[in-house]
Design a protein around this ligand. Sequence first.
Ligand SMILES: O=C(CO)[C@@H](O)[C@H](O)[C@H](O)[C@H](O)COP(=O)(O)O
Ligand SMILES: [Zn+2]
Length: 188
Amino acid sequence: MSFESYCQTVARNFEALGALEGVMVQAADIWVEALKNGNKIIFCGNGGSAADSQHLAAELVGRYILERESLPSIALTVDSSALTAIANDYGYEQVFARQLSGLGKAGDVFVGITTSGNSGNILAAVKVARKMGIKVMGFTGKGGGQLAEECDLCIKVPSDTTNHIQEMHIAVGHYLCGVTETRLCSVR
Ligand SMILES: O=C(CO)[C@@H](O)[C@H](O)[C@H](O)[C@H](O)COP(=O)(O)O
Ligand SMILES: [Zn+2]
C-alpha cells in the first residue's frame, strides 16, 4: 500500500468520525461532571491503547493546552510492579480489575480503550466498576464488541482495523481533554 492511499483511508475515517458529535458531547458531560464532583478519570487498555491511556491521563494531570489546575486522572497501565504482581498472582485478566478495586471510588469514570471491545482484562474491570458505582465509558471500533454492551457510553469510532481505530481514539481523547479543560476553567 502506498503512503498516499494510507492517508486517504485516514482522511475518510476522520471524515466519518465527525458524525459522532452527539456522543462526544455526552462523553464530555460525563468527564466534566465527575471532575466537578471531585472524582477522577481512570484509563486502561492493552498495547497501543495502554500508551493512549497514559497519554490521556497525563494530559489531564499535567497540561493539555490551557494553563490550569491539575485534573485528577490515572492510567492503570503504568505501575509495572502492580501489573506484574497481579498478573503473576491472579492472572493477566485481573490486572486492571484489581487496581480499580483499590484505587477507584464511586462517581469516578472508567474509560476502557479497546479496538476489539473484547479484551478480557478490560471486561473484568467493568464488572468491578459496576459494583463500585463507577461510570463506564468505552473507546472501541465500529463493532463495539462486548464492551459496547456493558458500558454507559461507548464511543465507537468508524473502522474495523486496529491501527486506524487507534488513530481515531487518540483524536477522540485529545478532543475530550480540550473540551473538559475549557469547560472546567470557565467555571473555576
Ligand atoms: O498497537 C497495537 C496495534 O496497532 C497493538 O499493540 C494492540 O494494541 C494490541 O494487539 C492489543 O492487545 C489489542 O487489544 P484490543 O485493542 O483488542 O483491546
Ligand atoms: Zn499500534
